[in-house]
Design a protein around this ligand. Structure first.
Ligand code: SAM
Length: 243
C-alpha cells in the first residue's frame, strides 16, 4: 500500500480520475480558491506571462477543465486566433463552457472531449500548448507528452503547470500535513467527498519531481527545456520548445 491506497492498475486509475472529476466538477472552482487560498490565480497568471501568446495564435489548453487559462488566452489571441479547450471529462467541459459563456468569451473557443494520450489533431497544429494541473492525472505521461510534441508547430512551446517538489524540508513538512490532513477535510465539508481529495494528495505525491519531468520532456523531443519553481516548488512551471 502507498499512503493507505492499494497499488492501482491502469484501468482503475482511468476510472478513478473520471469519477473524481465528475464528482467535483460543480464545485471545482470554489474548491480551487479555498484549497490554494487563491494562489492558483497567480500560478495561472505566471503561465500566461511565460507563454509568449500573441494575437492570432492557435492554442490548445489541455486538461483545460473549467477554462481559467482558456479564458485569458481567448482574450489575448483575439478573433483571428483560436483556443481549444480539451478535456477528457464531459462534466468539467460543461461547467467550463457555461462559465466562459457567462464571461462573454465566445467566438474563438472550441470545446473538445479528448484524451491527452492520443490528441485528435494533425501534426504541427498549435503555437502554444498548456496543461495545468492535468498531467498528473494522465495514466501514460510519456505518451501524452509525445502526443503534445507531435501537434505543436515548429517554434511552438509547451507549458506544464503542475504540483512538484517543495525546495526545502520545513515547507515539505507543512505541505504534507496540509495536503494529507487539511485538504481532505475541506473536501469533505464542501463537497461531501473526502475520497476525491485523498486521491488529489496521493496523485501529487506520486508525480515526477522537477528534474524528472524536465528529462521526460527532453526524451520526447522538447528543446531548451526549463522550469520555474512557484511558491517554493509546491508548484513548478515547465517550459519546452519544438524546433
Ligand atoms: N486546467 C484546469 C485548471 O488548472 O484549473 C483544470 C485542472 S483539473 C485539476 C484536471 C483536469 O484534467 C480535469 O478536468 C480532468 O478531467 C482532466 N483530465 C484528466 N485526465 C485527462 C486525460 N487523460 N486527458 C485529458 N484531460 C484529462
Amino acid at each position: 500500500t502507498h499512503f493507505g491506497y492499494k497499488t492501482i492498475n491502469k484501468q482503475e486509475k482511468v476510472g478513478m480520475v473520471a469519477e473524481v472529476f465528475h464528482s467535483v466538477a460543480a464545485k471545482y472552482d470554489i474548491m480551487n480558491d479555498l484549497m490554494s487560498m487563491g494562489i492558483h490565480r497567480l500560478w495561472k497568471r505566471q503561465t500566461i506571462a511565460s507563454s509568449g501568446v500573441r494575437k492570432g495564435h492557435k492554442i490548445l489548453d489541455l486538461a483545460g477543465g473549467t477554462g481559467d487559462l482558456t479564458s485569458k488566452f481567448s482574450q489575448i489571441t483575439g478573433e483571428t486566433g483560436q483556443v481549444i479547450l480539451g478535456d477528457i471529462n464531459d462534466s468539467m467541459l460543461k461547467v467550463g463552457r457555461e462559465k466562459l459563456r457567462d464571461q462573454g468569451r465566445v467566438g474563438n473557443i472550441e470545446y473538445v472531449q479528448l484524451n491527452a494520450e492520443a490528441l485528435p489533431f494533425p501534426d504541427n497544429s498549435f503555437d502554444i500548448i498548456t496543461i495545468a494541473f492535468g498531467l498528473r492525472n494522465v495514466t501514460d505521461k510519456d505518451k501524452a507528452l509525445a502526443s503534445m510534441f507531435r501537434v505543436l508547430k515548429p517554434g511552438g512551446r509547451l507549458l506544464v503547470l503542475e504540483f512538484s517538489k517543495p525546495d526545502n524540508e520545513l515547507l515539505t513538512k507543512v505541505y504534507d500535513f496540509y495536503s494529507f490532513n487539511v485538504l481532505p477535510k475541506i473536501g469533505s465539508v464542501i463537497t461531501n467527498d473526502s475520497e476525491s481529495y485523498q486521491y488529489l494528495a496521493e496523485s501529487i505525491r506520486m508525480h515526477p519531481d522537477q528534474e524528472t519531468l524536465k528529462g521526460m520532456m527532453e526524451e520526447v523531443g522538447f528543446e531548451q527545456t526549463s522550469y520555474q519553481n512557484l511558491t517554493g516548488g509546491i508548484v513548478a512551471l515547465h517550459r519546452g520548445f519544438k524546433y
